[in-house]
Design a protein around this ligand. Sequence first.
Ligand SMILES: [Zn+2]
Length: 232
Amino acid sequence: MQLSRGMLKVLAATSASNQDERQAHDHFAEMNAKLTRSVSVYLVLVAACGRPSIPASSRTETQPATQTAVAPVRIPNATIAYYDITGSSADELRTQLDRFGPIGYDGYKGDATTRWFIRWNWPGYGESSCDLNQATVSYEIEVILPRWSPPDNAQPDLVTQWTAYLHALIEHEKGHVEYVVDRHSTVLDAIKNATCETADEAAARALQAIRQHDIEYDAATDHGKNQGARFP
Ligand SMILES: [Zn+2]
């Protein structure tokens, strides 16, 4: 995926205007829609964390255009994006998972991934005089999952196996989601315990600690495989 001019502008700016915010927002919505698998997108989003947050009222939930009859997955506090795969045998499905599966922030190409970013802002952001007590922190989380609509000739056993696998995959991704939800307030704590000069760096450190959990969780679970997220 190519970075839009709008996002680059936001990254370069020390304080974003309302227009910049809209561009950043549009860019993120576009990212959701395209199901981009670029590692750099995640890094860009993290790098953009210091930008003023988007008002919740201006957000739109972006859903892929290819919704089918398959029951939509719900994970609290996260949006779900899908990549569609086809096939009527386990081998065909595995081939498609390998081909279309997303690449995570760490470069790991798996069957699913959770992308998240945390933003922070405060009055006087980027200035030597600021009000950290009024700092705000928000997050956005997106889970990318495979979606398979079993064809008429699919064996019932295969459908059963797929359903169990998908359930385990979702449970694994939930582990990523819930940690971010539980711990994003540590970023706010770090900001409030810092100074106008050090708050940005303190926030980034707190974010990195959350990121570290992703790494350890994936190592402990072998990216969910130890939790049953293995197909076939
Ligand atoms: Zn994982």
